[in-house]
Design a protein around this ligand. Structure first.
Ligand code: NAI
Length: 330
């Protein structure tokens, strides 16, 4: 099948070239949007990533070119207008689980770095500054960790935190019985916000979860709380967290995702002025740690993303119904 693969980076190309034996893939560096749709001409499928826009105009233009399949190289599908895709009779597939461990372990890396100020120590030591001033952290043992969303990633994160000897509480509409047996206590959102020393977000972005962490939610949290977001940027109201960081109420913030990440993350902008003032402001805080949506970025995850995507494309080409149900979005 002819496939136009958008938002392609070197690593995507390496993995797809190594594992693809059946399809004719065109690798396109540009993101998919109404301006770049013509690059999909001649393809029956587009393969896209988190910051590609599959809104109605884009989907209509793709359908006009004969594209019948949208293959997401990610789990989240908040960037696709599913109603439009259904009306246009387009199939949308995703990679439901590639490595929950990759993202959960990255969240733990952010937590440990921020708590023990490894990011500051690293720079300091390289300047021959061996002082400990300002590097004081806290024992994770015995602290309360609040996990919002205990699906695949949240569950792994919760298990790791239990291993540190933390008290883990969680909020989700669906309670995971294995986690409960392991010692996780489910609670409501206000209680989680009120009781947690660290809050980690692992729920999807939906209209309901947009700005889940806003000024009102932050006001309910413990003074000095640490917030981790490795899920989707718009779960957090960036202006509200900046205000909470300025007052000191928010003790530390780690973001692997950012609500305005689209034109920044995954790009090397090192020779340019950063146009995003909110992001620039966030980077002035010593207790803010930002990574560029790299939670998924492990060998194991990339291999699984590539394998699942290629399998779905092959299954679609042979017989639509053969696509594994968990990969089908619509
Ligand atoms: P999942 O679908 O297995 O779990 C999501 C959980 O969130 C479910 O248990 C669901 O019931 C719960 N949930 C839904 N709405 C909620 C709400 N309003 N409040 C509390 N819980 C709610 O998804 P998975 O695989 O664990 O991924 C979680 C999120 O992580 C994805 O939606 C995606 O946005 C993000 N992600 C980030 C990556 C990165 O590189 N940083 C990579 C992969 C996923």
């Amino acid at each position: 099948m002819k496939v136009a693969l958008f938002s392609c980076r070197n690593y995507d190309r390496q993995f797809f070239e190594r594992m693809n034996t059946a399809h004719q893939i065109t690798y396109i560096e540009n993101p998919l949007n109404p301006q770049t749709v013509p690059l999909a001409a001649g393809s029956e499928a587009v393969c896209v990533f988190v910051n590609d826009h599959l809104d109605r105009p884009t989907l209509e233009a793709l359908a006009g070119l004969g594209v019948r399949l949208v293959a997401l190289r990610c789990a989240g599908f908040n960037n696709v207008d599913l109603a439009a895709a259904t009306e246009l009779n387009m199939r949308v597939v995703r990679v439901p689980a590639y490595s929950p461990h990759a993202v959960a372990e990255h969240a733990v890396a952010l937590l440990l770095t921020l708590n023990r100020k490894i990011h500051r120590a690293y720079n300091r030591i390289r300047e021959n500054n061996f002082s400990l001033e300002g590097l004081l952290g806290f024992d994770l043992y015995g602290k309360t960790i609040g996990v919002i969303g205990t699906g695949k990633i949240g569950a792994v994160f919760a298990q790791i935190m239990l291993g540190f000897g933390c008290r883990v509480i969680a909020f989700d509409q669906y309670e995971n019985e294995d986690l409960k047996t392991a010692g996780v206590g489910y609670t409501d959102l206000p209680t989680l916000l009120r009781s947690s020393d660290v809050i980690s977000l692992h729920c999807p972005l939906t209209p309901e979860t947009h700005h889940l962490i806003d000024a009102e939610a932050l006001a309910q949290t413990k003074p000095g709380v640490m917030l981790l977001n490795t899920s989707r940027g718009a779960l957090v109201d960036t202006k509200a967290v900046i205000r909470a960081l300025k007052t000191g109420h928010l003790g530390a913030l780690a973001l692997d995702v950012y609500e305005l990440e689209e034109n920044v993350f995954f790009h090397d902008l090192s020779g340019q002025a950063l146009e995003d003032d909110l992001l620039a402001r966030l980077m002035t805080f010593p207790n803010v740690l930002i990574t560029s949506h790299q939670g998924f970025f492990t060998h194991e995850a990339l291999e699984q993303i590539t394998r699942t995507t290629l399998n779905s494309i092959t299954a679609f080409e042979r017989e639509h119904s053969a696509i594994p149900a968990e990969c089908v979005v619509v």
